[in-house]
Design a protein around this ligand. Structure first.
Ligand SMILES: [Zn+2]
Length: 265
């Protein structure tokens, strides 16, 4: 059941006012707790999960408070990001949303920790909880997953949670020698994405476009154009006699040059 949490709402409003007095005066943030697997925000409301890796966030304990501070700081960074402009770039390049979300998270957590360094402590606890619960599973999945976007997602998730003290580990190198994975591409994407940590929020859309151009693996491929219609063969007694000549007709050579597979006759 969704329920407004007054104490967490008060904290979220204090935090946004501290980060941006102008924004804090314009917005009144409400924090709700719902049975969702993770936190989310629409820019005004923040929804926290009821339990986060087994910790009940409705209870006021030292552990739940640490996680709530981290989750609220994480969700608030999205209020400062140009999310609509990011969505335009995402749709233009057909980027799988999981990648734009990841880059937003990395930029946001690094940015807020620069503004208010003590928040990195709480964000670090959040990342360590995810690390302890998921890192080994991500590694196992990467060694068996064959889809290219999934491999790139897992490579970035491993770099994201490898060192929980920081939002992302650009130096993370995937140790997967001997697999059939595109190792060099997978090993280099964390280095490229790491620069998100240095950006201001308004630099995100252009940065994401740069990453999409350098790594088309994170984009949905364009649908292949339909093959050109093959001319209907007209069977005449003359064709049957000269079949050998037909096999190497100019028409076939043209189709091959265009890269289309010629139809079997
Ligand atoms: Zn996020």
């Amino acid at each position: 059941m969704i329920a407004k949490h007054l104490a967490y709402s008060a904290f979220a409003n204090q935090l946004v006012t501290y980060l941006s007095p102008a924004l804090g005066q314009r917005k009144l943030i409400s924090v709700y707790i719902d049975e969702k697997p993770t936190g989310l925000t629409n820019g005004i409301n923040i929804v926290l999960p009821q339990t986060f890796h087994g910790c009940d966030l409705r209870q006021d304990t030292a552990v739940s408070r640490s996680l709530v501070f981290g989750l609220l700081a994480h969700e608030e960074v999205h209020m400062f990001q140009p999310l609509r402009a990011v969505d335009v770039i995402r749709d233009q390049y057909r980027i799988f949303p999981v990648f734009t979300n990841l880059i937003e998270d990395i930029q946001g957590e690094a940015w807020i920790a620069r503004l208010m360094p003590s928040l990195n402590h709480w964000l670090g606890i959040l990342r360590k909880t995810t690390h302890d619960n998921n890192f080994a599973r991500f590694e196992r999945m990467l060694s068996t997953t064959t889809g290219v976007p999934n491999q790139f997602e897992l490579a970035l998730l491993l770099a994201r949670f490898n060192r929980p003290g920081q939002p992302f580990d650009g130096g993370y190198r995937i140790a997967l020698a001997g697999t059939a994975l595109p190792y060099s591409r997978l090993a280099v994407i964390p280095f490229a994405v790491s620069r998100a940590q240095e950006l201001e929020p308004d630099q995100l859309p252009e940065f994401i476009a740069d990453i999409a151009r350098a790594f088309p693996e994170i984009c949905k491929p364009l649908a292949a154009p339909p093959p050109p219609p093959a001319p209907e063969p007209v069977e005449t007694p003359f064709d049957a006699e000269n079949q050998a000549d037909e096999e190497t007709s100019d028409e076939d050579a043209e189709a091959d040059a265009d890269g289309h597979r010629s139809r079997d006759r």
